[in-house]
Each structure stands twice: as structure tokens, then as C-alpha cells.
Design a protein around this ligand. Structure first.
Ligand code: SF4
Length: 181
């Protein structure tokens, strides 16, 4: 199955309870040949309405830091650990993210085969590499099953705490350097 076919399957998915609270499935977008994939927690309100990832306020911050690091957002593939918005923006539950990762994210990573996967925030870092405490692990790279991962703050965290923004920018530069090696 290719990426488009997988997206088609996801668009009508009812495999976990999150299908009940969604408007649109937010599968992901960006280059199919991306060297960097970014994985967030879950779609928010705007994403749920449009079916596109990271297009709200946090998305604007993400686009800004990607550009400041000298990259083009369209060269990166951006998605989340769950493709449907949890009600009231609560955190996805274990059953929800393990189901969605197993059905979609793992296959997206396999098909795109990026050099590195950037994990945005605690939920993505814990779900993909089992690491907690983003304040301690951000900027670090990890290798798991032959795949390279790096943890970064979630752009929404930089919205609420502007002191995190410079750190997020630095980490995005580190992420870019990781694909230049
Ligand atoms: S979150 Fe993922 S597994 Fe759950 S319904 Fe949506 S697409 Fe399916």
C-alpha cells in the first residue's frame, strides 16, 4: 500500500474511539521523500476542521522555526501520533495512540523512510521511544530499531511559555544538522 492508499483507508477509520469526536481525519502532509518527519500529539480544532496538520497558532510557530532553520516546510512530512482530534483537546489515551501508530504512523515512517523523526512534545516522545520529560530529553537523538529520533518541545508549549521558543529554534537547527551529516 502506498501513502495515498493508506491516507484513503485512514479517512474513514473507526478503529479507535477517537473517530467519534473528529470532523476530519488529519493524516499528515508534506514531501513523500522527506528526510525529516515531525510527529506531534494530535490534531487541534483548526486541524480537525480542515484535515491539515499544524495550521493553527502552534502551526504558525512551527512554520516560523522551520524557515528560520533554513528549511522549507513542504520538504518535511508532518503528522501526529493520532489522526483524529480528542474531544476538548485532551491527551490521547494509550489504546488510541497505540492503535493509530500501529495502523498508520509506523507505515508512514516506513514508506517515507526519513533520516530522522522529530518528536514534538512529551506525548509523541513517550509514544514512539518511551522517553518521558521533554525538558530533559529535548535536543537528544535516540536510535531505536535502526531509526533515528530526536525529541523537541511541542510548538504549543512555546506559545504558552515564550522562554521555550529560543530552545525550540536551537533544537530545530540541531535536527537540520542531523540530516546533513
Ligand atoms: S485516531 Fe487513528 S486509529 Fe483512531 S479512529 Fe482516528 S485514524 Fe483511526
Amino acid at each position: 500500500m502506498n501513502l495515498e492508499e493508506l491516507c484513503e483507508v485512514a479517512s474513514t477509520c473507526v478503529k479507535c474511539p477517537l473517530h467519534e469526536s473528529r470532523t476530519k481525519v488529519v493524516f499528515g502532509e508534506g514531501s513523500k521523500n522527506a528526510k525529516i518527519m515531525l510527529v506531534g500529539e494530535a490534531p487541534g480544532k483548526k486541524e480537525d476542521e480542515t484535515g491539515r496538520p499544524f495550521i493553527g497558532m502552534a502551526g504558525r510557530i512551527l512554520s516560523e522555526i522551520i524557515e528560520e532553520a533554513g528549511m522549507d516546510r513542504s520538504d518535511i512530512y508532518i503528522t501526529s501520533i493520532v489522526k483524529c482530534r480528542p474531544e476538548n483537546n485532551r491527551k490521547p489515551k494509550k489504546l488510541e495512540y497505540t492503535t493509530c501508530i500501529d495502523l498508520y504512523l509506523n507505515k508512514q515512517i516506513e514508506l517515507i523512510d526519513p533520516d530522522i523523526v522529530g518528536l514534538l512534545g512529551n506525548s509523541a516522545a513517550y509514544a514512539l521511544i518511551g522517553k518521558k520529560n521533554i525538558k530533559q530529553i529535548h535536543g537528544n537523538t535516540y536510535k531505536l530499531n535502526g531509526r533515528k529520533y530526536m525529541a523537541l518541545f511541542h510548538p504549543a508549549a512555546a506559545l504558552y511559555s515564550r522562554v521555550l521558543l529560543p530552545q525550540l529554534k536551537k533544537d530545530m537547527v540541531i535536527l537540520k544538522k542531523a540530516i546533513e551529516k
